[in-house]
Design a protein around this ligand. Sequence first.
Ligand code: ADP
Length: 396
Amino acid sequence: MLILVCNVGSTSLKYKLFNMPDPSIMVEAKIERVGSHDSAIFTYQNHLNGAKENMSGLCMPSYTEGINLFLEYLTDTKMGAIQNIEAVQAIGFKTVIAKGYYGIHELTDEVIAAMKEYISVAPAHNPPYIEAIKKFKEILPGRLLVGVFETAFHTTIPLERRMYAIPYKWYEKYGIQRLGFHGASHGYISRQVKKRVGGKFKLISCHLGGSGSLCAIEDGKSVDTSFGFSLQTGTPHANRAGDLDAYIIPYLLGQGLSMEEILQGIDKNGGLLGISGISNDLRDIEEAAQDGNERAKLAIDVFCESIVKYIGAFYAVLGGLDYLVFTGGIGENSAIIRHKVCTRLAHLGVELDEAANTNGAKDRSISSSHSRVKVSIIPTNEEVGIAQDIFDNFSK
Ligand code: ADP
């Protein structure tokens, strides 16, 4: 089944074409600086015939031009991989959240309306997706467009772990509950572990990147996660605060801050950036910490403590632990964070192989031979996760 996966950013479009169930990428492309009239960038690679393109200084005022350009290349006799766009059976999107639609859904007008309803919950993600999906509908009418919502993998979390202790009516009327995100990534990691060890396992997947979340997984199913109703929860993120006492907000309002200033603080100027005052990029913070910067050290410690707490909680929820997996930009690359977290988990049976933690293949085991819990780095591949979900749900 030919599936095109499209990842939409506020100023970017990324594409990967798969012929599922084969997970190899046939074609990939990226368009950056969508919205610009003279500086958009297009990179394209056809892995089947080696054709490549790299163009900059392009005029790309909207997603429409970015979609058209990619489709032109995809069907070009020299550059392309298919003769006609009709060959693509589904276009998949890593959509984030829609009220009442938490799984894998065809992107009908009702689903798009439900995404609109939750724009205030995912203000950075829903508007660009809605716009790009509408453009795809205009350009390719009648094509199967599928939203693999970031909440989808978490629909197996039992109600007692999804419910907040709020008036029940808020859950019924507004859908307020722990939904969880990063489903494409945690789902991919879960499938990878299943392939390696078989069906029965207790796993904690730590996706640590610009956004971070942990997921407790039992036998391939999500049973708890650190993200809540919005992406503003859980561990500290690059710019976002993560878990926060709700009453900080009315207190700060009372101190004269506007709602806009408060939201800016917890959404853009919080997280690793907020504590360190240096950067939202962990590489800069690690460098400053090595030079003795106290706030950089504090940012790293707060981040690791939060991860340790969630791992402890999920250990209790799972009733034990077989596998601990690190993934995402930080999880895959920061030996410091993995070391700091794992040394705090010795009492749970976690023991790192320090040499393997520091060096080795991208996909590797980093626990010692005595470690009761197997610890690994598995590079995430959200696009393959999305293509697999679409194949599993729509190929029959
Ligand atoms: P996103 O969540 O935006 O997709 P990624 O998963 O790519 O981001 O993670 C990006 C983050 O990974 C960067 O902000 C950086 O902090 C971190 N990172 C990448 N490489 C390293 C490294 N070698 N050491 C420490 N942190 C790293």
